[in-house]
Design a protein around this ligand. Structure first.
Ligand SMILES: [Zn+2]
Ligand SMILES: [Zn+2]
Length: 265
């Protein structure tokens, strides 16, 4: 398994991805410290809840790291163009390279990206053929983690029994209300935003239309193929094994021979 790293030099993108990382770090630190671990120590919640929260947090971080550092779909300098597809290839007048149909040039990344969906500043990377599955995982695990956080914040005030062993002089205990309110606000924003994004991404994948194509007139005449949801997601994730759709640390290979060039992430 070869997992190459790909970084986009864009200070605005670094700022955005740092903000997303900050939200993840804040919740992964304060929710266990204020809610999970104290209630576990006093026997109010089982250990399995603690493990599940840390697993959701780890998978969310892994998906963020992989989506922002994976190659979205670079083209090789001298691509092998199948004879049957020659008429569909064209020259990019910005990077002066031959590229297949549905490839777009990203001005933020400075190169062409196969089956480019959009450039996402929040991961400081393009979303293209080779990392679309990782972007979907990021949307999914962010929903899971923020939903979990919201449930725990809610339970802390309306369901869990009060804690008995608390050091009232500790910073986190004195400012618990403010810290958990900030966590709940982040949870609502992330859960709402990611649910809407995940839904629109799924609709695009099932109708075989990228975000760029949705915004381009007449794109439905070119694409919009009818496929089963299993086939559409298997193609994006590069495997028919559904369990692997949820695993961020693996490499991907296109299912169709005509749609892949060289090693994928
Ligand atoms: Zn280009
Ligand atoms: Zn880009």
């Amino acid at each position: 398994m070869k997992l190459g790293l790909h970084f986009v030099v864009d200070p605005m993108g670094w700022l955005c991805v740092s903000a997303v990382f900050g939200v993840w770090l804040y919740n992964s630190f304060f929710v266990p410290k204020l809610v999970l671990l104290p209630h576990y120590r006093e026997g109010h919640i089982p250990w399995v809840i603690v493990i599940c929260y840390y697993a959701a947090s780890a998978l969310c971080f892994a998906a963020l790291f992989r989506a922002s550092t994976a190659d979205p779909g670079h083209l090789p300098m001298n691509p092998h163009i199948p004879h049957s597809e020659r008429e569909h290839w064209e020259l990019c007048n910005k990077c002066n390279l031959m590229r297949p149909k549905r490839t777009h040039h990203c001005s933020r990344c400075g190169h062409c990206v196969r089956r480019m969906d959009h450039h996402c500043p929040w991961i400081n990377n393009c979303v293209g053929e080779d990392n679309h599955w990782l972007f979907l995982q990021l949307c999914f695990y962010t929903q899971v983690l923020s939903g979990f956080t919201l449930v725990l914040d809610f339970c802390q005030y309306y369901y869990f029994q009060p804690l008995t062993h608390l050091d009232q002089e500790k910073f986190t205990t004195r400012h618990e209300l403010a810290l958990l309110r900030a966590s709940a606000l982040m949870g609502v924003v992330m859960f709402g935003g990611m649910s809407a994004l995940f839904y629109s991404q799924l609709v695009g994948i099932l109708s075989d239309t990228t975000t760029i194509e949705k915004m381009t007139p007449f794109s439905s005449e070119i694409h919009g193929l009818r496929r089963s949801w299993q086939w559409a997601l298997a193609e994006v994730c590069g495997t028919h094994w559904k369990t692997l759709w949820f695993v961020p640390f693996r490499s991907r290979r296109g299912l169709q021979a005509g749609g892949s060039y060289g090693d994928h992430v």
